[in-house]
Design a binder for this molecule. Sequence first.
Ligand SMILES: [Zn+2]
Length: 378
Amino acid sequence: MVVKSALVMFWARLGSLHALESVREARFWNSWLGQPPSSGDTVGRVYSLLEVEALRTGLHHLYTRLKRNKALPGLGGLAVAVIDGHESHASYRRHCSGCLERTIHTEQGDRLQYYHRQVVLMLLSEGGPGRAALRLLLDLEPQRGGEDEVAAALRLLERVLARYPRAFDLVLADGLYAQAPFFNFLLGHHKHALVVLKDPRRDLYQDAFGLFQLTPPQSGQYRSRDCQWQDLEDLRSWPQVQVPVRVVRSQERYTQRPQLTRQPVVRTTEWIWVTTLATIQASTALVVRLGHQRWDIENYGFNEIVTDWNCDHVYRHHPNAIVAFLLTAFLAYNLFHAFLRLNLKPQRRCRQPEIFWARLIAAELYASAGLVATDSSP
Ligand SMILES: [Zn+2]
């Protein structure tokens, strides 16, 4: 019941338990819950004690339904997930037993700051003609004091792989994850890694650069960018990883038109990735495309749930409540996007931006809350 109220809070983008409480009178709740929602305070208290595994089961249930309906096609034949860390909020004043701590140097002296950080796993899928790609936020794991992000990521993957053994073949991640334990963990579960390689001090980086000087690049195309690609297989200069790795470099040229001058400016950028994928599993072009898609979790995941869904708002500052509200937001996000993709006719969907549907839900809540108040006034 409280989860169903919280789902509506996220769908309508209400932004706080207080706002949820302000629409308790809405008629909508009768059909949704059969009664008005609990007070904001009660919802917060229940969330501090809520069994988060039930939310994870809900997320898995939705995944299974979508998978059965073939709504989650892989990217270039590969089932792909992306993992990344996200800091949900920081505060100098309030803290709980799940808070991480760091010292911030300010002009007034050093101050102890409290914050929460989670590692999140998102499943990607291929879009198609007239059908946008569906992305699912599968699970999260809080980072604990004294451990790094990769340690929390391994705990997350361990749990997710037990529940979703075949959901993905490949995990994308940023340069922080270019660590042997991460690669070996995935290899041990018959999965692949594709990670940004950016530390020039590493043997692997230096060896790859030596070989880049000797290897003529091939021309390629990533979106509108003209690229020069180099693809080195079977590198053994990272012996801590159980198999030889592959390094792919993409030098990309693209044209920008700055708003002020509108004069085209040619820019270049360079990406290097290290992966366990063999050429037979992923061409150079696919590695480049997948490498860029590691940004999907920022662009479509974190940006949206933070900016549009108010996920970083601390609904209740309690370690369990923070995880439970985030998992509820993931469920709301997945259900919302799955509904838009699969249940609305394309012509109706295309006419309206996604925020339209959120406003529609909010309007329904506020309008009928207002109407009930008017009806009951003398
Ligand atoms: Zn805390």
